[in-house]
Design a protein around this ligand. Sequence first.
Ligand code: GUN
Ligand code: FE
Length: 436
Amino acid sequence: MNKVYKAHIIYTRQADSFEVLENGYIGVNGKGCVTGVAADLASLGCEDAEVTDLGDCLLIPAMNDLHVHAPQYRNQGLAMDLELLPWLQNYTFPEEMKFANLSYAERMYRRFVHDLWRFGTMRSCVFATVHTESTRLLMDLFRDAGMGALVGKVAMNRNCPAGLQESVEDMVKGYEELLACSQSSRRKVSEADKVRPIITPRFIPSCTPEMLRACGELAGKYGLPVQSHLSENRDEIAWVRELEKESKCYGDAYDRYGLFGQTPTVMAHCVWTAGEELELIKRRDVMVAHCPTSNFNVASGMAPVRQFLDEGIHVGLGSDISGGHCLSIFKVMVYAIQVSKMHYQQNHKRPFLTLSEVFWMATKEAGSFFGRVGSFEPGYEFDALVIDDKDLNHDNYTVLERLERYIYLGDDRQITHRFCGGREITGIGNLGTSTE
Ligand code: GUN
Ligand code: FE
């Protein structure tokens, strides 16, 4: 059965401009895909469809988070006094160890999935922990919510506490278990591929060559996507150079093990990527997850995003909780613009990012990692947010000005409806209490 929604429709087909249709109509077919956007019902060809009139609200594509750590949710807004490597050892690894405990994991993961929903993020690329059971639980929470996620059981077998290390055999076994339950949970055909495992070597310092090789083989054998961290921090890069003497650059260390574009790959940060590594990213069509809040908080640096875009590299946005402190991708957009303005002040050669560019990165660009997601062009899955911004709207703002003000000033209170793959998503209950 076709559905039609009427609202002020805004989305991006390309980086440099918004598509805006005031009081427009959008058609969604029985498979949850957009059939078209039009100024009137007749030109949509859906005269007999049920029309939901959303009044004076904005209707925009839902947010996609290309890089986030679910088990770091308790640490959100904490522990910003160290750079990456000591930050991992002192704050992050001790918290991730707790996810051996399933009831702790359930309490934290419920809150995490609920808050992604609250802030309008319908698809995400998620790092879990090394623990298979709690990773499975996180996947089930996404499935129950009806939200899309690529979830990584994190591969680690060196340079971290024993409680976070796993043998290569157990890593492979764990992934095969997760794959088996992904397949058996294909309850509804349309939901089948929304939650899937993604191969997740944490980063080169956490994985021996044997572990990296096994990760690459798993990705190839099952056609699974890959996510990791790349060239985030200068001490990290120097360490990788020591560990992987034969690699031409950090990216090459992944490439040598089949973890760099052999299957769809997203690498977080790329703050210090240049030269050979930039060329390799381009050649292998590796996607970059730009995480500006994290790059500020753990003092990593400013990623050369304008250069990436100029070179045709695909860039999406990531919250990188808890290096980053904002789960809302709208806020991450604002930081992406601000960091690019700092970059511009230091180096006037390249213009700073615009609002349509960061919106496009968070919707259509990041969405491309999940399928036909992130736009309202025909054939795209209907992932959408309804924004009722009347409390921000005290003068005659244009529809685009309203979107800009929402991005800068709004939060979850203005999001009245969320859709993922055509279905309205109503959130996740039973959040428990902090004393549980
Ligand atoms: N590099 C390896 N692990 C991590 C992590 O958990 N967060 C960030 N920001 N970088 C990493
Ligand atoms: Fe990260």
